[in-house]
Structures are given as C-alpha cells and as structure tokens.
Design a protein around this ligand. Structure first.
Ligand code: 13P
Length: 339
C-alpha cells in the first residue's frame, strides 16, 4: 500500500482533530435550509459552505472536510476553488462518492447504497480536483425483524468494492456503515446489530484486499433508539461503543471517526468525550459530524449576511468542543461559558 494512503489516513485522525461532513446532497441541504427559511440556490449553498470553510479558529480542530459533487466544483467569492480554500489551511478535501441509499430489491423497508458504476473514473476526476479521501455511507435500519442478512451482506460488499477502488486511485476511503438510531430499540439491540454489521464489513474488506492501514472507519455509536422509553446514559453508550469496536475492529485501522446520526450537538460531544476517557483502544477516535457541527451555525446564519460572523463563531465553537472531546478533555461547563 502506498505511503500516501497511510499518511492521509493518519492526518485525518490526528490528535484533537476531526472531520466536518458537509456533503449533504442538494435535496438534503434544501430541506435543512427550508426549515430556517433560507432559499436554496447554487449561490446560497456556496455562500454557506464558504462561510464554514473559512470560519476563523475552526481549522485548528478540522483535519478534513467531506464535500459533494456540486461543492467540489464551486469557487469561493474570490474565485479560489473551494477544495483549494481548504488545502491552503491544511484541511484535507474529501468527497462523497455514493449516490445514495436506494430500495433493496426483495427486502421491503431496507436499502442498499448505490454508486459503483463508473466509480473508478469519478474517483480519478475527483483526485485531479484535489480530493484525497472519500466517503460512502451504507444505511442499516433496526426493527424487530430487520436488518435482513441480504441487506447487511449487500451493503458490506458494496462498501468494500468502493474502498478497494478508492485505494487503487490513491484516495483514502472512509467506510461508513451506519446503523440508524430511528426506532424504539434499546442499546443492547443496537450493540448486536452493530457487531454483526462490523463483522460482515471487515470480512468483505479482507476478501477484497483493502489495506486497513489506509482507511478510516466511520461507525455509529452504540446508542438507544430515539424513541426508546429509557435511553442509555453517556457512560453506558461509551462503554458499549468501545466494547463493540474492540471486539470487531482490527488494530491495523488507524482511526475511527463517528457520525452523529441525529444526536443533539452536546450529546454527540459528551459521548465522544466519554469514549475517549476510556483507556486502551488501539485506534485514534474522533468525529466526522454533519448535523452536530452544522445545526448551530446554520441556525445562527439563517441566510443573512449580517449573521455570518456569529455563525462562524458558532461553528468554531462546536469544532473546538469536539476537538477537545477527541482528546477526552471536554467539560460541560465549557459550553455554558461560550453561551
Ligand atoms: P451526521 O453526523 O449528521 O450523521 O452526518 C454524518 C455523515 O456524514 C452521514 O453520512
């Protein structure tokens, strides 16, 4: 495996830094903008991304940014490609390359992530545009009867095909098997499904000759369903999350960067911090948050030029809180001081 892949993977999970997932598709970002009354145009989406990418004080805590196709082709207001705006600040540009979770034939209620057709050519084009890492998200639903064997195996197979293609093209794959927190299941059920999914994903990565040293895993935490009657507390989430990862993630993987998955901003930070306070795991453990980094700045901005500075402060604050949590050095009263 190339030394480059190893060094990019290590850079993504460097001490006290994590990843900003800013790769919402146009329909998803439009939905988020709609709730705040922000018109969604090519220009407003660019303004929004540029605002995050240039927020003073954030780069110290952000190792990489995941963009999507529209964003990596955009230029900032002064004409600099957005990928270059990032790399000038030593932030690695990344790109979402899946084309979404689509209904899985024969398995009502389940999805398989698509986007393998033509992927090699797209990866090569994105590499030329500066992308050094990529993301592919598989989605697993929990119900009393789901997930099915075919859903877990089809998604794991596709993740490994994507990861192998990325490494062939000199791009570090972020491998994201997300077990959703929708539903009323408890944390133990999430544990069992997460364990099964991770086991299957690493079998596929092995079979398809993916070099574990040159990838980053982006898993869910082991957490109760959103509608569970009694939700597991922070320490239980941390303990179960570390336990399942130790059971199923080889030590050759350099780093783990969690998704936030619909947790509140502070919950996502508190969980990451508690996970990092547990001694012993062999990998770096950090964040690759979308909503938990962006909800606050999005709201503060609300599409108004006069709010840009406040929105950038809100973003830099969340980046710093999560950077501290990645070191196990976050404290709840740091949130109050900033408020
Ligand atoms: P959330 O942190 O909002 O779950 O997004 C992370 C991500 O990249 C999902 O694919």
């Amino acid at each position: 495996m190339s030394h480059d892949l190893e060094s990019v993977a290590a850079t993504l999970v460097a001490d006290g830094k994590g990843i900003l997932a800013a790769d919402e598709t146009v329909p998803t970002l439009t939905k988020r903008f709609d709730t705040l009354g922000i018109p969604s145009t090519e220009r407003s989406r660019r303004t929004y991304r540029e605002m995050l990418f240039t927020a003073p004080g954030a780069a110290e805590f952000i190792s990489g940014v995941i963009m999507q196709d529209e964003t990596i082709r955009q230029k900032s207001s002064d004409g600099t490609p957005l990928a270059e705006v990032l790399s000038k600040q030593d932030i690695l540009p990344g790109i979402k390359v899946d084309i979404g979770a689509k209904p899985l034939a024969g398995s009502p209620g389940e999805t398989v992530t698509e986007g393998l057709d033509g992927l090699r050519d797209r990866l090569s084009e994105y590499h030329g545009m500066g992308a050094r890492f990529a993301k592919w998200r598989a989605v697993i639903h929990i119900t009393d009867a789901l997930p099915s064997v075919v859903c877990v195996s089809a998604n794991a197979h596709a993740l490994a095909r994507y990861a192998a293609l990325c490494q062939d093209e000199g791009i570090v794959p972020i491998v994201e098997p997300e077990v959703l927190m929708d539903g009323d299941h408890d944390a133990d059920r999430c544990y069992a499904v997460t364990e099964w999914v991770l086991k299957t994903v690493f079998e596929q990565l092995y079979d398809q000759r993916v070099a574990l040293e040159g990838m980053v895993l982006k898993p869910n935490m082991v957490i109760s369903g959103k509608k569970a009657k009694q939700r597991a507390g922070v320490d239980e989430v941390a303990e179960k999350t570390v336990r399942v990862l130790k059971a199923r993630v080889p030590a050759a993987v350099p780093g783990i960067a969690f998704l936030s998955g619909g947790q509140s901003d502070e919950e996502a930070t508190a969980h990451l911090d508690a996970i990092n306070k547990i001694p012993g795991p062999p990998w770096r453990i950090t964040f690759s948050y979308g909503r938990a980094l962006q909800a606050a700045p999005q709201k503060a901005w609300s599409g108004k030029t006069e709010n840009v500075a406040a929105a950038q402060r809100a973003f830099a604050h969340r980046a710093r809180m999560n950077g501290l949590a990645a070191l196990g050095q976050w404290k709840a009263d740091l949130e109050k001081k900033a408020a």
